[in-house]
Design a protein around this ligand. Sequence first.
Ligand code: ZN
Length: 198
Amino acid sequence: MGRAIAQLQGVYILAENNQGLVIVDMHAAHERIVYERLKTQISLTAPDGSVHPLASQPLLIPATFAATPDEVATAEAHVATLNTLGLEISPFSPKTLAVRAVPTTLAQGDAVELARSVLAELAQHDASTVIQRAQNEILGTMACHGAVRANRKLTLEEMNALLRDMEATERSDQCNHGRPTWRQLTLKELDSLFLRGR
Ligand SMILES: [Zn+2]
């Protein structure tokens, strides 16, 4: 993936390798890395064969939000599943939910947004099947929230760290939605853009 040289329009990372120019969609690439990380964590089963919960980090100050009756009901019905996903969400008052813990991997993101989107996904599934069948979908949603957003300024060091993570991550060529996460523009292609050597 080469060496990062710049960030373009808050969306792309440009890097140079021995073939030419590498262009990375930073959100898509990071989302894929976070997704694979979550999937690996959750697939480590405990010795008794039960699902291993995602490593979770308590919030110093719980993040509270005004919740709909559906959100409150879902949070109460899916306590165990939420714990498996590294989330602790409990009623704070009849119309307020408190996010008390989030997955360590996603600790940088917005806890309320994460909680709301996971509750929305859980509401669509039956409790008993949710982990097995909807796990990857839910992890995908969580990864999207944990991934770096467009317009976040990255330092060269952060960009290079992302490139190294991509190299170390399986299937990092595609995002969770099947779109490419990076493209190579070879020197030959660049030369032909400028009609060089003709
Ligand atoms: Zn996304």
